[in-house]
Write a protein that binds this ligand. Structure first.
Ligand SMILES: CC(C)(COP(=O)(O)OP(=O)(O)OC[C@H]1O[C@@H](n2cnc3c(N)ncnc32)[C@H](O)[C@@H]1OP(=O)(O)O)[C@@H](O)C(=O)NCCC(=O)NCCS
Length: 159
């Protein structure tokens, strides 16, 4: 399989935040943002693999700035690491003030997907083409995160 660049699958998704996405103070629910994070990451994973992908792990998420009703949530997703059948996407989330264009970083999340074949079994994905120093650094960091996730999953199973 030919390697594919993270640029080939990078994805931007945006959605206007309505009152039904928020609590009574006007803060958008964390769960609404998490759903969009999962969706943006899945699109990048499916663009990389050109296969249906399911979410196998979502790393912990923190919300560093408020997202309010009337903000445009902008999500940028890019593939950072691939294993044999798994794909890690980094999703960066911004709150954009639609009238001024001001953008505030609210959080960054890492989500892991597994590509499936026609029988819904994990299937091999294209390697990641790493050219820039940033792409290589992100890949090494993604591999370390994945080893930690798998070790955690083993510990959880044992306990
Ligand atoms: C994802 C799923 C197909 C994996 O099945 P499985 O039998 O564990 O398959 P494998 O053991 O071959 O693992 C597949 C890949 O997932 C990775 N993986 C498995 N468990 C993981 C975990 N807890 N965290 C991160 N990666 C994990 C494996 O390392 C492997 O990656 P690799 O091929 O790159 O090395 C299966 O667990 C599943 O169907 N889960 C439910 C998915 C779902 O419904 N998600 C929510 C809606 S999209």
């Amino acid at each position: 399989m030919d390697p594919r660049s993270p640029k080939d699958s990078q994805t931007e998704l945006s959605s206007f935040m309505h009152p039904e996405d928020a609590n009574s103070q006007g803060n958008v629910h964390g769960g609404s943002i998490m759903k969009l994070v999962d969706e943006a990451g899945a699109l990048a994973a499916m663009r990389h693999s050109r296969r249906p992908c399911v979410t196998v792990a979502i790393d912990s998420m923190t919300f560093d700035a408020p997202m309010l009703v009337g903000d445009l949530v902008v999500l940028e997703a890019c593939v950072t690491y691939v294993g044999r059948t798994s794909i890690e996407a980094m999703v960066t989330v911004y709150a954009e003030k639609i009238l001024t264009g001001e953008r505030m970083l609210t959080n960054t999340a890492f989500v892991v997907y597994v590509a499936l074949d026609d029988q819904r079994r994990p299937t091999e994905v294209a390697p990641l083409l790493l050219v820039s120093e940033q792409e290589k650094r992100r890949f090494d960091q993604g591999r370390a995160r994945q080893q930690e996730r798998l070790a955690r999953a083993r510990r959880d199973k044992e306990s």
